[in-house]
Design a protein around this ligand. Structure first.
Ligand code: M6R
Length: 607
């Protein structure tokens, strides 16, 4: 997940660029670089590893100039080396790029045949070379950029800077977000508004296919057909408290701890104190015959939990799909169905592509997003914000529980619209949802015992998570979270599937984490747990007091959670699953890194 910044300013650009890149560190990266134009001369500095390496380089070898572009790179095409780091330069052109150019091999061969050889392994250098060839053929920088963009296939966000041009940047967006920031006599570019927050809150988001010619006087934006486009300027309120660590060691810890507050905010926003739903009227399930829920990663596990809710609470058939698979399997869609796209960022390319795939084939497209200005929000018929606040950590935590909370309310609305729930039952369900923030606080209080258990988990090679019913997707999410930040292999299984293969893995070296509130499925899950214990398995049981009392003996460890309405247990049990991942990762992490940047695996592995 790379980051882009650009500045046409009235002050030295290098410190501003590095500062802005720091704000994008949470996205993960393994090299960084900046380029500036000073007295007409384009120059650049690049370094592998943390931004501090780039800062050190700039102390010894400074870059002057008030115009510049910067980038944090997460290696995809080619290793994390200085040569592969952005900005890429070819002749008078420098470019930074997020995304993937799918036809870069063909373009590279074509350019090589024309005498334009590539130094790096990246798809990005191909862009710089294409623009250079245009300039060599007599094009102006703007003409060169426009011609280059026409040749690119794939998903990208780009920003060009040119030798000899101190008042020009060209930005483009196709499939990867890009924002333009407006200052007074200054202009900025950022792959998200967070990067630009200290410089401006006046933001214009580029739309798909847009490209922009930016000078200090403003931005001229063109659409994919090169027609002048009018894109609104909005004020983006970035609550700085929500993007500071506020005394926590890592953003992930802070965001886990914030969950009671943000869930309470979401419930307050979408329900009334009288025990009724306050969802927009446009969210109407009266004539809807099924819902299709589509997302990636953690958001897709939220959809998976919601499938149980829509079917159990509202009797409404629900399909779930991973966005990256959805459009390739020719889904059969009912014209009376509602498609729900769930995404924290609202910019995930596969989710957006899936949305575009269904748009004209369903009754309504609804977005469940955290960023109301995002592409997925803008392209839906109805966008419902999850109210989680900025989520900086790469590991999605509070966004997951806020997604679940909103999806639970949507399932209740579906039940209400379909006459499947009476007012008193709805009030009771909302009451038990409203109890969640308090219960989550009690779950957060388990952080220390979880940290002690995690010291053992950190030594394991493989860890299994088991759950039944709506706790099955939570087992998948627990495993994803753990492997994502601790790099320990983890898998989630439906408990009933254990005997159909995975049981072969069980021995005393493979911890098995069983997520089992004492609900209607508890006894069945416990009998699967017994299969593990019978093979000398090391079971960590997460349950409530009644569950631990009934089935805790013989297990390796237990964690006692508060008793919760079984329907909403996945929301509560997400907290210990997240804490297990966080604390298991901590002892394995080298001191220079943090959960926000633990994606920088290549560096860690080379230590
Ligand atoms: O922004 P999105 O919710 O669309 O992102 C989807 C996934 O990439 C995301 O949930 C990912 O799985 C998380 N980083 C996992 O913690």
């Amino acid at each position: 997940m790379c980051g882009i910044v650009g500045v046409l300013g009235n002050h030295e650009a290098a410190p501003l660029l590095v500062e802005a890149l720091k704000r994008l560190e949470y996205r993960g990266y393994d090299s960084a670089g900046i380029a500036t134009v000073h007295k007409g001369r384009l120059d650049r500095r690049r370094a592998v590893g943390k931004l501090v390496n780039l800062s050190d380089l700039l102390v010894h070898d400074p870059l002057a100039g008030k115009s510049g572009i910067g980038h944090t790179r997460w290696a995809t095409h080619g290793a994390a080396t200085v040569t592969n780091a952005h900005p890429h330069r070819a002749g008078k052109v420098a470019v930074v790029h997020n995304g993937i150019i799918e036809n870069f091999r063909d373009l590279r061969s074509e350019l090589a045949a024309d005498g334009y050889a590539q130094e790096s392994d990246t798809d990005t250098e191909t862009i710089a070379l294409l623009a250079r060839r245009e300039i060599d053929r007599g094009a102006t920088p703007v003409e060169a950029a426009r011609a280059t963009l026409k040749r690119l296939q794939g998903a990208f966000a780009l920003c060009f800077l040119f030798d000899g041009e101190e008042d020009l940047m060209i930005a483009a967006r196709q499939g990867s977000p890009l924002a333009i920031g407006h200052g007074s006599g200054e202009m900025f570019v950022g792959s998200d508004a967070i990067a630009l927050a200290p410089m401006t809150d006046r933001i214009t988001y580029l739309e798909e296919g847009d490209w922009a010619v930016i000078t200090r006087a403003g931005a001229q934006i063109f659409d994919g057909h090169d027609r002048l486009a009018n894109r609104a300027e909005t004020r983006v309120r970035l609550d700085s408290a929500r993007i500071e660590k506020a005394g926590y060691k890592h953003f992930m810890a802070k965001e886990i701890a914030e969950q009671p507050v943000v869930i309470a905010d979401a419930l307050k926003h979408y329900t009334s104190s009288k025990g009724t739903l306050e969802l927009p009227e446009a969210l109407d399930f009266t004539t809807i015959d099924r819902v299709t829920l589509v997302a990636c990663g953690t958001a897709s596990y939220a959809c998976h939990v919601a499938k149980y809710w829509f079917e159990q609470i509202a009797g409404l058939p629900a399909d779930i799909d991973i966005a990256s698979e959805f459009r390739y399997r020719d889904p059969v869609l009912s014209p009376a169905s509602m498609a729900i796209f769930v995404s924290q960022s609202g910019e995930t390319a596969d989710t957006l592509a899936a949305l575009r795939h269904v748009k004209d084939n369903v009754a309504k497209v609804v977005a469940v997003i955290n960023v109301p200005t995002s592409s997925i929000a803008r392209e839906s018929d109805l966008a419902l914000p999850i109210m989680a606040g900025v989520e900086v950590g790469v590991a999605s935590t509070k966004a997951f529980t806020c997604q679940l909370t909103l999806l639970a309310l949507m399932a209740l609305k579906a039940a209400q619209d379909r006459g499947r729930i009476d007012a008193a039952t709805l009030r009771d369900r909302l009451e038990t949802l409203r109890a969640l923030p308090g219960l989550m606080n009690a779950a957060l209080a388990l952080s220390d015992p979880i940290a002690r258990i995690a010291e053992d988990l950190a030594r394991a090679q493989d860890i299994l998570f088991l759950g039944r019913g709506a706790m099955f997707p939570l087992a998948l999410e627990g495993a994803l979270k753990l492997k994502e930040i601790s790099y320990i292999h983890a898998e989630g299984y439906a408990s009933g599937e254990l005997k159909h293969g995975p049981i072969a893995l069980i021995d005393d070296a493979v911890p098995v984490i069983v997520l089992a509130p004492k609900d209607a499925l508890f006894d069945k899950t416990v009998s699967n747990m017994q299969e593990v214990l019978a093979r000398n398995g090391k079971v960590l049981l997460l349950s409530d007091a009644a569950g631990v009392e009934t089935a805790g003996h013989g297990t390796w460890k237990t964690l006692t959670l508060p008793t919760v309405d079984p329907l909403w247990a996945p929301i509560l049990y997400a907290v210990p699953a997240q804490l297990l991942a966080y604390h298991t990762a901590s002892p394995r992490a080298p001191t220079w890194t943090s959960p926000e940047t633990w994606q920088n695996r290549s560096r860690w592995n080379s230590q």
